[in-house]
Write a protein of this length. Structure first.
Length: 59
């Protein structure tokens, strides 16, 4: 499997865990904080590989 696929699967699992945590009687604040930080870090890694729209204009 490529690294991109692993990041996508990881982001989906983190999103599911965050939604599951939100639906509990007393949501865990630290799980939310850590989950959001890891989710944004993973999305940053995924979007870094996407080429810019203006890449052709710059060259």
């Amino acid at each position: 499997m490529k690294v991109k696929n692993i990041y996508i699967i990881l982001m989906i699992l983190i999103a599911i865990a965050l939604f599951w945590n939100q639906n509990t009687v007393k949501p865990n604040l630290w799980m939310k904080i850590i989950g959001i930080v890891v989710f944004f870090f993973g999305m940053m890694k995924l979007s870094a590989k996407t080429p810019s729209k203006n890449q052709d204009n710059e060259e």
